[in-house]
Ligand binder design. Structure first.
Ligand code: NDP
Ligand code: A1CAB
Length: 281
């Protein structure tokens, strides 16, 4: 469905590579329809060799003929990149941003272009197991909505949200989510080491516990599965789980997680403001 359209990635980093490799793996388009643009010649050549895509060091040249321009630079670089590209993007092109916190209004204002899809993937996209939440500006056509859905579905699952605020919320929950999961896993491994396990064994125990728990959840019938029920299965009266959970709750485990995710949501909203409104610290 997207075969024949040209997709340009501005910012050939980790997430851009995850997206383009997913698109190519799924055979959605040919490598010659994909272009990347970044300042580092070595990185450009690396991707060019690995995927047979075209590369540029000039964002304006790379974007000029593209049907879809993916913005995948870091948030702190975005404003400058948009201002430099202003007037160089085809007026009918779809601009698909994955930049954390960058609102559609901010992109439109700085780029002078209002056909925008804003998306928030996460790092498991690198193995085709990401989850992406996305929304679109009113100027995005039905055909472009389909392009976006196809592209974003190439590296995992995608969920469309009508309200843009859910993009900041998804940035905090699923976009940033792998950071919480790995931190939690690290803490469990350290606890294992504290008790005397080798780090290797502790890591294996933790990773397989995580994997098994998620797989077990997945195998439960969709209409009856519930996280609290699965937790209760492990928690026998007067047992070890009840003891551990008591201490976690006493330390404010859920509140800490909720506060952290709320803070990430606020941070995402702040990043969406123009530099003159919120000067960088
Ligand atoms: N990592 C994550 O978990 C997620 C990230 N995102 C968003 O994706 C975006 C990219 O993140 P990620 O891939 O991790 O970051 P990376 O740093 O890996 O990628 C950014 C890329 O942009 C390049 N770049 C820098 N300046 C310019 C420029 N002026 N023009 C073109 N390219 C430039 C960088 O090159 P160089 O290295 O030479 O500076 C780098 O290749 C961010 O906005 C982030 O918010 C979204 C979801 C999840
Ligand atoms: O911290 C960050 O900037 C990125 C954006 C989404 C997840 N992490």
């Amino acid at each position: 469905m997207i075969n024949g359209i040209t997709i340009t990635f501005i910012g050939p980093g980790v997430m851009a590579e995850a997206m383009l490799s997913g698109i190519l793996k799924k055979g959605l388009t040919k490598p010659q329809n994909i272009q990347i643009s970044g300042p580092l010649v070595d990185r450009n050549e690396e991707l060019q060799k690995k995927y047979n895509v075209r590369s540029f060091t000039n964002n304006c040249e790379a974007a000029a003929e593209a049907d879809v321009v993916v913005l995948s630079v870091k948030p702190q670089r975005l404003e400058k990149v948009l201002q430099e590209m202003k007037g160089h993007v085809n007026p009918n092109a779809l601009v698909l941003s994955i930049v954390a916190g960058a609102s559609i209004a901010k992109i439109t204002r700085n780029l002078g272009h209002d056909v925008i899809v804003r998306a928030m993937p996460n790092t498991p996209a690198q193995i085709g197991e990401g989850i992406t939440v996305w929304t679109a500006s009113p100027s995005v056509s039905e055909k472009q909505m389909e392009f976006a859905k196809t592209i974003l579905g190439a590296f995992g699952q995608e969920i469309y949200e009508e309200e843009e605020d859910f993009l900041d919320k998804a940035t905090a929950l699923s976009g940033t989510g792998p950071a919480y999961v790995y931190l939690f896993m690290e803490a469990m491994v350290d606890a294992g080491v504290h008790m005397g396990f080798s780090r290797r064994t502790a890591e294996r125990l933790v990773i397989e516990t995580l994997r098994g728990s998620v797989d077990y959840y997945d195998k439960e019938a969709e209409d009856t599965r519930h996280l609290a029920r699965l937790r209760n299965q492990v928690t026998s009266p007067g047992g070890t789980s009840a003891e551990a959970i008591y201490y976690l709750e006493k330390a404010g485990f859920r509140t800490a997680i909720s506060r952290a995710i709320w803070a990430a949501y606020q941070r995402s909203r702040d990043l969406g403001q123009d530099a003159e409104v919120h000067p960088p610290e």
